[in-house]
Ligand binder design. Structure first.
Ligand SMILES: Cc1cc2nc3c(=O)[nH]c(=O)nc-3n(C[C@H](O)[C@H](O)[C@H](O)COP(=O)(O)OP(=O)(O)OC[C@H]3O[C@@H](n4cnc5c(N)ncnc54)[C@H](O)[C@@H]3O)c2cc1C
Length: 421
């Protein structure tokens, strides 16, 4: 009897999951596990908690949903707290599993864990988080273009988006005791009071992600006007809000892509429907940048290796975090983030530019605060966008946002600022 561990990471779904598919094809039984990695529950070098309450709540909901789906397929999900390098060998011993299957990650800490596990077990890894499969791009990873437009042009011309993999009918597992998931409070977090000003009440899990996809495309047709509304600030409808599900993999970018194609065939095809695909390519781009540049995406001088000078005044940073800088547009956005775990793309660009260029603060501190607070934190998108905003990433120009001008353009009547006063 061949048994293997299926180690869920940021791929919390049963459909379009290549690691799951391979584990089922090559084994008689699999042991599905998710590990709450202790290191991501701790504080970072700036003393900021790495996983804040919004993302942890969303993650627990996503795991509950995944566990329920696995149970419908005759299996369950083990949820353990610790470090994968210790837990995986323990489980392998307990269940006599001979291999591990998992989705590939592209950043330093995650790769170190993979390498450590691979020294003791055959670790089979699959690409499941990007829209474009890394084997399908027409360049070597060392040649990933430094300019997004060049990346996009090549990918759009030469790479086909792969079809999605169906959900398996059954997931055979050995007899095992069902784990009970910890609650937010058991993990040491205070319970979250929902804020009625939140763009949407985010709920983790593939079912909720699917509902959001249906809503944004088929129920509301909002996707057909996305390009006109995407710079909005208030409410659920101005943009897709797919990001939290995409970040932990309870939504697959390929599913979104193929649904968009179907929508374009059956309803309408226009600049807006294209633009959602375009944004998904930005998401991919930052993954490819991480693959190419490794640890450099976390360095103060970024991938450009620029030498930077910061003032790094802690009081100033605290005021930025709390939305007390005196710039009403920046402050409104920072308050929204703190109260809900979300901020619009327009807001993110403004507050990042303000921290770096006005407050002369190390961009990595801003990135760390976002890492803690964002419900949709994704290591590549976050550090890639922050480097970009700080002028140390994939932008040849130094873009400095005039936040008051931006407020005038995107919040002319002041509605957003008064919502978050
Ligand atoms: C400083 C900064 C930090 C950011 N940190 C993150 C992060 O940690 N996680 C994250 O998912 N996004 C991040 N973004 C990108 C972007 O702001 C969010 O993806 C977007 O606001 C999420 O809302 P949405 O799903 O409604 O996006 P939509 O506008 O509906 O876009 C659709 C999807 O395209 C992708 N996308 C859109 N814009 C970008 C972008 N600039 N970079 C990468 N992908 C993009 C996302 O997956 C998004 O869900 C950051 C942007 C900035 C400026």
């Amino acid at each position: 009897m061949r048994k293997a561990i299926l180690w869920f990471r940021n791929d919390l779904r049963l459909y379009d999951n290549p690691a799951l598919q391979a584990a089922l094809n090559e084994n008689d039984q699999i042991i599905p596990v998710y590990i709450l990695d202790e290191r991501f529950l701790q504080n970072d070098q700036w003393n900021i908690q790495r996983t804040g309450p919004f993302r942890m709540k969303f993650l627990l909901e996503s795991l509950t949903d995944l566990k329920e789906h696995l149970e419908e397929k005759g299996a369950t999900l083990l949820v353990r707290r610790g470090i994968p390098e210790s837990i995986i060998p323990e489980l392998a011993l307990e269940f006599d599993a001979k291999a591990v299957y998992a989705s590939k990650e592209y950043t330093h800490e995650e790769i170190q864990v993979e390498e450590s596990i691979a020294t003791t077990f055959p670790l089979h890894m699959y690409h499941s988080s990007s829209l474009v499969h890394p084997d399908d791009v027409p360049f070597a990873i060392t040649e990933v273009p430094d300019i997004f437009t060049q990346f996009k042009k090549k990918v759009e011309k030469y790479a086909e988006i792969r079809p999605t993999i169906p959900t398996p009918d059954r997931v055979p597992t050995p007899q095992m005791i069902k784990d009970t998931l910890p609650t937010l409070e058991e993990l040491g977090y205070a319970s979250i009071q929902p804020d009625e000003r939140s763009v949407i009440p985010f709920r983790g899990g593939a079912v909720a992600g699917d509902d959001r996809l249906d809503y944004y495309l088929w129920d509301s047709n909002l996707v057909a006007t996305y390009k006109e509304t995407r710079n909005g600030l208030i409410g659920g409808d101005y943009s897709t809000k797919f990001s939290p599900w995409l970040a932990n993999g309870s939504m697959s970018p390929r599913t979104i892509y193929h649904e968009l194609e179907r929508y374009e065939e059956e309803v309408t095809k226009n600049k807006s429907t294209y633009w959602v695909k375009f944004e998904l390519l930005w998401r991919d781009y930052f993954k490819f940048v991480a693959m190419r540049y490794g640890r450099r995406i976390f360095f103060p001088g970024g991938i450009q290796d620029k030498s930077m000078q910061w003032r790094n005044n802690d009081k100033v940073f605290q005021r930025w975090k709390n939305g007390e800088t005196g710039d009403d547009f920046v402050d409104a956005n920072m308050r929204e983030l703190k109260a809900t775990g979300f901020m619009s793309n327009r807001g993110r660009q403004n507050v990042a530019s303000f921290l770096v260029h006005q407050l002369k603060t190390d961009w990595r501190k801003g990135a760390a605060w976002f890492e803690s607070m964002l419900v949709d934190y994704d290591v590549c998108s976050n550090y890639g966008n922050w480097m970009y905003a700080a002028g140390v990433g994939n932008d040849p120009r130094d873009r400095i946002f005039n936040t008051q001008k931006q407020a005038g353009m995107y919040d002319g009547a002041g509605k957003y600022r008064s919502l978050w006063q």
